[in-house]
Design a protein around this ligand. Structure first.
Ligand code: ZN
Length: 220
């Protein structure tokens, strides 16, 4: 696929394949012994974080590896015991109130998925490092910034210690550029207000900086 002959074609299909290969996360493989590591999938809302988490976990299941998935107890937008993405692809998960509960996971579980990691306590970074040292592959998905543009909960610490980081982007609701920020459409001082497109939209850095000026333009 990556031969020089092929790379000289310059075809549309080839370029698409390059983009796909560059963005697709490819797992390292250790054939001689079990090694643990941390992967973080981050980005704004509507960037496809949970879909990417589900994609990796489904591949793991197809390979016959054991998986356990956790999410914070408060994330009950759709379902108590499932990780559910915006496009309704679901996978069973266990809600926990404190990140240290994840350490009770059985030692024979090979892969641990953690969704909505931004809502966990700050201990999550130490929990993930402990799990990786025990030999688990840990895949964490979460918002890197809150609606104020600040690093969200344990995510900055996790991004610092992870072996692999994938930053996904949404599409800006106003200009169509890549979006890195989550803009909240309602006035509410709380950092955590669960909701969907009626409460949040993805924006690029510039459109995010314009704040509610863009809201007013929309209403004209
Ligand atoms: Zn924009």
């Amino acid at each position: 696929m990556w031969s020089p002959e092929y790379s000289l074609t310059g075809s549309y299909e080839y370029r698409e394949e390059c983009i796909f290969a560059a963005t697709m996360f490819l797992e390292p493989s250790f054939h001689t012994q079990r090694r643990g590591w941390i992967e973080v999938i981050c980005g704004s809302m509507f960037s496809g974080k949970t879909e990417e988490l589900i994609r990796r976990l489904k591949r793991v299941k197809i390979a016959g590896q054991s998986v356990e998935i956790f999410k914070p107890f408060q994330d009950t937008r759709y379902s108590i015991d499932q990780v559910v993405s915006h496009d309704a692809r679901a996978i069973l998960s266990r809600p926990v109130k404190h990140s240290t509960e994840i350490l009770t996971v059985a030692s024979n579980i090979e892969v641990i998925g953690i969704d909505e990691a931004q809502f966990f306590d700050l201990e999550l970074k130490n929990v993930c490092e402990e799990l990786a040292l025990r030999g688990h592959r840990v895949i964490v998905a979460g918002l890197d910034m809150d609606f104020r543009g600040r690093p969200f909960g344990p995510m900055p610490d996790l991004l610092a210690v992870a072996e692999y980081v994938t930053k996904l982007h949404a599409i800006c609701s106003h200009c169509g550029n890549l979006a890195t920020h989550t803009y909240r459409l309602i006035a509410d001082a709380e950092t955590v207000v669960l909701g969907e497109t009626d409460i949040y939209e993805a924006r690029c850095r510039y459109c995010y900086s314009l704040g509610n000026i863009l809201d007013l333009r929309q209403k004209r």
